[in-house]
Design a binder for this molecule. Sequence first.
Ligand code: ADP
Length: 190
Amino acid sequence: MLNIVLFGPPGAGKGTQSEMLIKEFNLVHLSTGDLLRNEISEKTSLGLKAKELMDSGMLVPDNVVIGMIESRLKNNIKSKGFIFDGFPRTSEQAIALDQLLDGNKQSISSMISLKVDDNELIRRLLERGKDSGRADDQSSEIIANRIKEYNNKTAPLKLYYSKQDKLKEISGLGTISEINDRINQVINKL
Ligand code: ADP
């Protein structure tokens, strides 16, 4: 199995690149952000609880996202592998993911981390906010909160994967296809 953690701050391009990679490598896309937005649009109790946190740019509780990932892993046990997009975002999530994969005798193949500076992230997210309608893309204040959550809780995961010798950092600047080429180069060497 090819199991890739596609990593980076909000606005780095994880979702866009994931969409290309799932087709190129025949993988299943697991985006906790998308899964949570589905729960919100279906007005489930989980979605209602998550909405307030998401709209203010805070992370939702670990047990919520870990539970969602666990059920999707079980349902796709026969796939060629997964792209994890926006998950894990805390060390608890990373440890849980390793344990879940280990239970199926699987592991993470690589963490590919997209590097983009803060000014460019803010520019991209405000731009996306104009037509995405996403509440968390509407104001500089909420975006700053998300970047703060990323720096405090999520960025340290680079150390977690580099200790396992799995971290690959690439530039997330340039055209969509240039970035796709960089990611492909990493995957093809695995
Ligand atoms: P972005 O990468 O642009 O921030 P996402 O769709 O990945 O967008 O996430 C949107 C929001 O969903 C996050 O700000 C957070 O509130 C919530 N979320 C998504 N994934 C996780 C996760 N793994 N852990 C906690 N919260 C999450």
